[in-house]
Structures are given as C-alpha cells and as structure tokens.
Design a protein around this ligand. Structure first.
Ligand code: EPU
Length: 302
C-alpha cells in the first residue's frame, strides 16, 4: 500500500514519522521473504496516538513490525503499511536489579549489556534474534527460561483504547509462546527485574547455550526459527525428522537438514512456497501422528 496523499505525507512529517516508500519486507525479515509496501518509522512514542488516528481516519491499514525474526510475510504489493519503532539512544537504563528497556532494542544486545553489569537470568535468550518487544509479545524462551518470568512492567499502546498504558507484570499472562496482549497492542517498553550474578558465571551459561544452538540449529541460514510450536509433551522437530522430511523442498522453501522444525529460504523462496511447505508438513504430521500442529511463526497474508 502506498501513501500518496500529500496531506497525509506532510502530517507524517509534522509528527516526526519517517516515511520509506516501497520498502521490501524481504529485506526486513530473517526469512528474506515478503513483498513491498510503505514503511513508517516511529522515532518518538508520543507520536503514536496521533499517527494511528491519522491512519485510521484515512482508512490506511497497518501492521506493527518488530525485528522480523519470527515472521512470514506475503509476496507482492501488500495491502497495508508497516509501522516500526526506531530504537532510541540509550535503549536501556539500569537501576539496581531493574532494566528499563525500549521495545525496539535488540534482544541479544540487551542480554549481553545486562550480563556485563552482573545481571543474569536471560542466558538462554542470547541467540534468539529480534527485538525485546517481539520477544515480549511472543514470550520468547529457550533452554528452560522465558522472558515473561522477568517482566515487571510493560508500556504498551492499546489500539482498542487508543492510549498508552502501563501494565504490571502480574496483569499479563505469559504462557508457552503466548501472551495475553491483544493482537493490536504495540509494545513500547518494558521493565525487567533480573537476578544479580557475576559476569563470568553468566558468560559460562551464554557459551553453553550458544554451543547447543550452534550444534542443533541452522544458524547461518535464512529462517524464522521454529515454524511450529511443540505440542504438550512432544517435539515437533523430532516428529518431522522421524517422518524423513528433512530436506523436503518446494521451490526454495526447504525443511532444514539440521533441525526439522526450522524451514529455510535456500535462495529466493516465495511466501507461496513456504506456506505450501508448511501445509504439506502439517498434513503429513497429522496423518502419521494424529497431531494438529500450531504455527509458531506469525504469518501476514492478507
Ligand atoms: N530433534 C530431532 N530432530 C530434529 C530436531 C530435534 O530428533 O530435527 C530432537 C532433539 O534431538 C531433541 C528434541 O527433538 O531430543 C528437542 O529438540 P531441541 O532441543 O532442538 O528443542 P526443540 O523443542 O525442537 C525448542 C524451541 C526452540 C529453542 C529450543 C532450545 C519450540 C517450538 N522450539 O526447540 O525455539 O531454541 O527448544 O530451548 O518451542 C523458536 O522458538 O523459534 C525456537 C527455535
């Protein structure tokens, strides 16, 4: 979708919102898949209520993009614009055991920064790509920990109420790769409470997690991490592997040879290829195990 009305363009400039015309979502997602649309880069949280009033008033549909690392976006000209927060400087402020973090901050950078200040707990998240806001929305987790355990307060723009709200950690439910945030809530900032731990000890934990990840996941390839959630008590990766589906390809969309729940873009995969591969694997797992797999990856198609 393109914003061409000069009145909207000049209002965006007044609000300090940067308009990037014809941005390629393939370049903004870790899968390297996605069509084109206008990208609105938000530099100040304060401009969000007016921005959304402007877009809604002019019937401009929109979606919020985090780090694009758990996302499969449709091909072609997209029917909505994309909003993305720009990380401020600094993007994290420490106060004792509390880390006040901007949602646009890079998750890995924040884990490392906190570690250097003797704040641990998030070692498992070190190799998880994406922003802190994205991790928060999905309750990202790995190696026995999840970010939700450390959340004390969240600053969120609630589209339904059209205002910025502060939620206490206990007002939010954090489950396995799921939270109680509404789909159109926009994460703005979070306060984490992290346990004190000497840097050297945290570093040991980080190295162990990095090593485990390197040995089991296709890190150098374009992917969105795990495509499906694990059903209770079972491993999706193991089921797909047992069916001999590693390497199964549709166009350039391919089930990873290294971890069967990672689907990689081995060249110029389209969303159409990737969605067809997801459907095919889901169907085969359903047939063999009677299990209906649920997407872990977020799909934007329509
Ligand atoms: N396995 C296979 N073949 C495979 C992949 C896995 O046999 O191709 C087996 C492994 O040998 C192991 C079991 O399945 O016995 C579980 O595998 P793994 O330890 O890799 O964990 P996972 O359940 O597949 C989950 C998360 C990952 C996270 C890791 C580490 C989900 C859907 N996946 O994977 O998260 O990094 O644990 O904690 O919950 C993600 O969210 O995108 C993601 C990659």
């Amino acid at each position: 979708m393109r914003i061409s009305d000069p009145k909207i363009v000049s209002r965006l400039a007044e609000l300090g919102v940067e308009l990037k015309q014809g941005a390629s979502l393939a370049g903004l997602t870790s899968l390297g898949i996605g069509g084109t649309t206008d990208l609105l880069r938000i530099h100040k949280h304060e401009s969000i209520p007016d921005l959304l009033t402007l877009l809604d008033g002019n019937h401009v549909s929109h979606k919020f993009l985090g780090g694009g690392s758990n996302l499969l976006v449709d091909d072609g000209e997209l029917p909505w614009v994309v909003l993305q927060l720009v990380s401020p400087e600094p993007d994290v402020i420490l106060e004792g055991n509390f880390a006040h973090v901007d949602a646009a901050a890079d998750l890995g950078r924040i884990v490392t920064y906190c570690a250097k200040h003797d704040l641990g707990g998030m070692e498992g998240l070190i190799g998880v790509p994406g922003t802190v806001g994205g991790a928060l929305r999905m309750n990202a987790g790995a190696y026995g920990m999840q970010i939700g355990s450390y959340v004390r307060e969240v600053k969120v723009y609630r589209a339904a109420a059209r205002k910025v709200e502060f939620l206490r950690g206990r007002q939010i439910s954090f489950e396995y790769r799921h939270t109680s945030f509404a789909p159109d809530d926009m994460m703005l900032a979070v306060t984490l409470e992290l346990p004190s731990k000497p840097y050297n000890e945290i570093l040991k934990g980080i190295r162990i997690c990095n090593e485990k990840r390197r040995s089991s996941q296709p890190l150098g390839q374009k992917s969105a991490g795990c495509i499906f959630k694990n059903p209770p008590g079972a491993s999706t990766g193991r089921m797909i592997d047992e069916l001999g589906l590693k390497g199964l390809s549709l166009g350039d969309a391919r089930v990873s040879d290294r971890h069967a729940n990672f689907f990689v873009n081995a060249g110029h995969a389209s969303a159409r290829d990737m969605l067809a591969l997801i459907a095919e694997v889901r169907q085969r797992v359903q047939k063999a195990y009677g299990v209906e797999l649920e997407n872990e990856v977020v799909v934007w198609n329509g």
